[in-house]
Ligand binder design. Structure first.
Ligand code: SF4
Length: 230
């Protein structure tokens, strides 16, 4: 049975868990939040990374990206060899089997910045997520995001036994790395699956106001939400 938000992504899930009413405005009422300068910059940086890996530009354009020169050079080389997918859109059904992004049975979605799978080492793969902005304070949710990537890859690629997930913090010259196999991902996948079921079957979307949450919430700022914390 599906609720009013039948498809999930990690970002939707965290929005819902933070404040169900915010998810209601965004995903049920489909009120679009305007972008901001941080989001615009994030998009631009991602585009630069992708363009470099695909060989569309010859140089990494900023000093921050140049801190990762060696890593990007390797991705670029492997992309040309056919071992890297950039900006992959991965969708799956309730059994975590691959679907098309807009298929009617699609239940979950994940976007991947770079996926590395070398045919000569089919049992191993890597997922890389490029992060801009803050490093401190986000590690827990970024680790969960890596668990989701791990679960999706291991469901999608039966030959893969070990998946390495990496967060590249482009503004901080740091990499966090988490490695999973079929045993270690099992309980993590079940946990995120349960959370996603709760969101995708929800019919009620109560407000969960707090001074911090409402301060940064578009629906509060615009007075769309009558429950905002004042
Ligand atoms: S203003 Fe606060 S209570 Fe209302 S939707 Fe936003 S976060 Fe939730």
């Amino acid at each position: 049975m599906s609720g009013q938000i039948p498809q999930w992504s990690y970002s939707r899930l965290t929005t819902y868990e933070g404040c169900p009413k915010k998810a209601y405005y965004s995903c049920v009422k489909k009120i679009r939040e305007p972008g901001n300068k941080y989001m615009e910059r994030g998009k631009e940086v991602h585009k630069n990374c992708e363009d470099y890996i695909r060989g569309h530009i010859e140089e990494l354009p900023t000093a921050q990206l140049k801190d990762f020169q060696e890593g990007f050079d390797l991705l670029r080389k492997m992309y040309l060899e056919g071992s890297v997918i950039c900006e992959g859109d991965w969708a799956f059904d309730k059994n975590w089997q691959s679907t098309g992004w807009f298929d009617s049975e699609t239940w979950g979605r994940a976007k991947v910045d770079a996926f590395v799978h070398d045919a000569s080492v089919p049992t191993q793969a890597r997922v890389i997520d490029f992060k801009t902005g803050k490093y401190e304070g986000n590690q827990e949710s970024h680790r969960e995001q890596c668990e989701l990537y791990g679960a999706v890859v291991l469901a999608r690629y039966p030959e893969v036994e070990t998946i390495t997930t990496e967060m590249w913090y482009l503004d901080h010259n740091k990499i966090e790395r988490y490695i999973y196999n079929r045993d270690s991902i099992k309980a993590r996948k079940e946990k995120i699956n349960e959370r996603a079921i709760i969101m995708t079957t929800a019919e009620d979307f109560p407000a969960n106001p707090s001074s911090f949450r409402c301060k940064w919430c578009y629906f509060g700022k615009e007075r769309i939400c009558p429950d905002r914390y004042d």
